[in-house]
Ligand binder design. Structure first.
Ligand code: 7TS
Length: 414
């Protein structure tokens, strides 16, 4: 692609994102792993839902409520197709990846784990894919074991075989780490897990926005992800679960809309997926998410990947020239999925973020909700840039230049 073609593509894409051209248009938003920006079609979809379809879905007997229900269920179908699930019964709407993972921990782990049973997680996990398991294990008299990565953030098959014991009942693993950016070989680890009769839970919060994810090909038992990291609204998330498992599980939250019949003595529960969607649902959020999926499909994963890989390489090549800056993880840009975590000698990551903010550049600094990983790497805090396909070379050059002069500005001599 020529420079001119890339610039034209930049402009075309950025014009779809009101924030990138609005009041904050001068800012370089480099924190998409925290939450992505939203295209106009998504913002308008939420508004459209409340203007044109708003009624409480799933319970009304009048046309408007039927329309609200239709938008909600069409969104479920859009998610199903997007991740290649076999049935809409396997798609549960939640608030976010965190709630999806808690659902599995409460409704599956806590009902099946016995004393002495083990859950295997990786050292790379976000707290959302660790604390629910720790809590479940503690309540059941079990324990959580850790699978460690090498310096490049890689989990090897060898390490997996070693850490997996005959008491391992659940394996919980992120597909892409929010700190190292590296992709785990989910298909391999799910297969090894199943060979030993355990259940595999994948955290797709950082993968579903950037890679085509096929739950059938990966053969995961559960997959959790958030709408807001994949161009969708905040407050809508997804749990995919295999029907056989979901059917065997007790509900997670109890209340309206998740029952068949209720008497003074008890209740029978609704069919999937409604058994796991108690209370009034976020139908506007689901509708917004369906528009985000439509938009991603229009752009296409080929373009998303090409742009993100190009920008990652462009950034890495330049950041590596800064002799005081150390990038964590793999040396290969293709193994970063837009996530670049680094430390700058002598400068606290919070100061890096504050100084960059003054230069209108937004990045994340801190422990990235992955404190066990920070402890493992003996780095309490880092700075992190996370890119999306709507970022540009120009934004990266501003970042690189700001980091190049930062130490000098703070009074370092070399
Ligand atoms: N799993 C991973 C791998 C994540 O990166 C995050 C959020 C979550 C789960 C939780 O997602 P939520 O939508 O339920 O909050 N990660 C980040 C981050 O890296 N910076 O801010 C949030």
């Amino acid at each position: 692609m020529t420079e001119q073609e890339r610039k034209e593509q930049d402009e075309k894409i950025r014009a779809d994102f009101p924030l990138l051209t609005g009041k904050y248009g001068e800012y370089a938003y480099l924190d998409s792993a925290a939450t992505s920006q939203k295209p106009r079609v998504v913002i308008e979809a939420e508004k459209e839902f409340y203007e044109a379809y708003n009624a409480n879905p799933l319970r009304g007997l009048y046309q408007l409520s039927v329309e609200a229900t239709d938008r909600y269920e069409e969104a479920r179908e859009a998610v199903r197709v997007f991740i290649h699930a076999g049935s809409c019964e396997e798609i549960i709407f939640t608030r976010n990846a965190t709630e999806s993972l808690n659902l599995v921990a409460y409704a599956y782990a806590m009902n099946t784990l016995k004393e002495g049973d083990e859950i295997l997680v990786t050292i790379l996990e976000h707290h959302s894919n660790f604390l629910p398991w720790l809590n479940a294990a503690k309540r059941c008299g079990g324990r959580v074991n850790f699978l460690e990565c090498d310096e490049s953030g890689r989990i090897t098959e060898e390490a997996f075989r070693e850490a997996f014991t005959d008491r391992t009942r659940i394996v919980a693993m992120t597909q892409v780490s929010n700190v190292m950016g590296r992709e785990n070989d989910i298909a391999l680890f799910a297969r090894l897990t199943h060979e030993k009769g355990a259940v595999f839970v994948a955290d797709g919060a950082q993968s579903v926005p950037h890679l085509p994810v096929d739950v059938k090909a990966l053969d995961v038992d559960f997959l959790a992800f958030s709408g807001h990291k994949m161009l969708g609204p905040m407050g809508i998330g997804v749990l995919y679960g295999k029907r056989e498992l979901l059917n065997k599980m007790n509900p997670f939250l109890y209340g309206g809309e998740m029952i068949e019949t209720v008497t003074r003595m008890g209740a029978t529960y609704a069919e999937l997926p409604h058994k796991f969607e108690a209370g009034t649902v976020n139908a506007a959020g689901a509708y917004g998410l369906s528009k985000a999926i439509e938009y991603m499909n229009q752009i296409g994963f080929d373009t998303i990947r090409e742009r993100e890989d190009h920008l990652t390489r462009f950034a890495m090549e330049r950041l590596q020239q800064n002799q005081h800056l150390k990038l964590l993880g793999s040396k290969d840009p293709l193994e970063h999925h837009g996530i670049l975590t680094f430390v700058l000698e002598g400068v606290h990551p919070h100061d890096i973020a504050a100084i960059l903010d003054a230069e209108k550049i937004c990045i994340r600094a801190g422990h990235h909700c992955a404190q066990p990983l920070m402890q493992f790497m003996k780095t309490p805090s880092t700075a992190r840039v996370s890119l999306a396909f709507y970022n540009t070379e120009e934004e990266i050059l501003r970042l690189v230049n700001a980091l190049e002069t930062m130490r000098e500005k703070l009074g370092f001599f070399s």
